[in-house]
Design a protein around this ligand. Structure first.
Ligand code: DAK
Length: 260
């Protein structure tokens, strides 16, 4: 499949995926979502990629939303299909075995904010702006925003954003827990790469299981979640990485993880 709307670059075990429609502020149309689905499925199947960064092309936007010009004349059936595709993409991102960092370099509105929410971590540049402005357009968020936003920032902050359609800056997004931290625009990718590289050299099996424990555990009560964690902890002891990690510690050297 040829990608016209996204780019993927892999270096040192870190894949950077750039949504590349800067003239439309990287808005998500059908083709872009299809390409993203293909790209993320490919990344998910790779044993050599250990962390992922998602960002937007240009200096103005991460992703300014689903493509409004594309959606305006939808019939109900087409709208449902488009919504399903969007949900599929967000789920693939959320469930990638590798940790995913959103490098939010500008507007993250509507479907763009929802894409950032599907990532595990969000770093934002000082000029980033966040919001779910769908109520301005006569719709509600359709790519998981009503579900993931309250889970991340709590019901009160999510309700304010979802019901008012207001747009907040990076500083406020950080204050309410929507982003991990804020950096100067020119430092954003550097910071994201440093974090991704830090993750990429850790034991891959342990990192992948850790992500599963966090994501699946959030849907469980604490007792079940801790039981699930114990199961995954046990599985680590079937890996070569566990043997190598503990042996290397005792031998006072750096571990060489094989991801097995
Ligand atoms: N879609 C299409 N084009 C967009 C766009 C978008 N979301 N956002 C920006 N653009 C285009 C603009 O039309 C403009 O194109 P030209 O006129 O140059 O051809 C170009 O990008 C530059 O934008 P502006 O000229 O407007 O730039 P400004 O700096 O003045 O303003 C802005 C930037 C981000 C504040 C503004 O562009 C804006 O308000 N954009 C729309 C933001 C928005 O409302 N986003 C949420 C979209 S709704 C569903 C599933 C999902 C969804 C809905 C339904 N179903 C289940 C069916 C999700 C909905 C959304 O995400």
């Amino acid at each position: 499949m040829t990608w016209n709307n996204i780019q993927k670059n892999v270096k040192d075990g870190v894949a950077t995926v750039t949504i590349n429609r800067p003239k439309a502020l990287n808005a998500l149309n059908y083709d872009t979502l299809k390409e993203m689905l293909h790209c993320f499925e490919e990344i998910g199947a790779s044993r050599d990629i250990h962390a992922v960064i998602i960002t937007g092309s240009g200096e103005k936007a991460f992703v300014a939303g689903a493509d409004i010009s594309f959606m305006g004349d939808f019939e109900a059936i087409e709208a449902r299909e488009f919504g399903k595709l969007g949900h599929q993409v967000m789920a693939v991102v959320e469930n990638l075995p590798q940790p995913v960092i959103a490098a939010v370099n500008g507007f993250a509105l509507g479907g763009g904010c929802e894409l950032a929410l599907a990532c595990d971590m969000r770093l934002a540049s000082e000029n980033a702006k966040f919001g779910q402005p769908e109520v301005n357009l006569g719709v509600l968020p359709g790519f998981g925003g009503t579900q993931r936003l309250p889970r991340l920032v709590g019901k009160g902050h999510a309700a304010e954003l979802l019901f008012s359609g207001k747009i907040i800056d990076a500083e406020e997004a950080c204050r309410i827990g929507l982003v991990n931290r804020v950096t100067a625009p020119e430092k954003l990718l550097e910071e994201c790469s440093a974090l991704a590289e830090m993750i990429a050299v850790k034991a891959p099996v342990a990192v992948r299981l850790c992500k599963e424990a966090v994501n699946n555990g959030l849907e469980m009560d604490l007792t079940r979640g801790c039981g699930y964690e114990a199961d995954l902890f046990g599985i680590c002891f079937a890996s070569k990485d566990q043997k190598e990690g503990m042996k290397a510690f005792l031998e006072k050297r750096s571990p060489q993880f094989a991801g097995k």
